[in-house]
Design a protein around this ligand. Structure first.
Ligand SMILES: [Cu+2]
Length: 65
């Protein structure tokens, strides 16, 4: 499982945008977001960096944890 910290994720709109961006990259990914801790956990067969870039392309930062 991959774990990212998305500091600029602030509301439900952000979480849905990020979830859609990840699913557009890997439709079978499992996305688990905790807004309070800015945490995005992803289970995917894609590379860690590919998923990270999907989050960045959606307009957010994605730091490694
Ligand atoms: Cu938002």
């Amino acid at each position: 499982m991959y774990h990212y910290r998305v500091e600029d994720m602030t509301c439900g709109h952000c979480t849905s945008t990020i979830t859609k961006a990840i699913l557009a990259t890997d439709k079978n990914a499992k996305v688990d977001i905790d807004l309070a801790t800015k945490s995005v956990k992803v289970e995917s067969t894609e590379d860690f960096e590919v998923i990270r870039e999907a989050i960045v392309e959606a307009g957010y930062s994605a730091a490694f944890i």
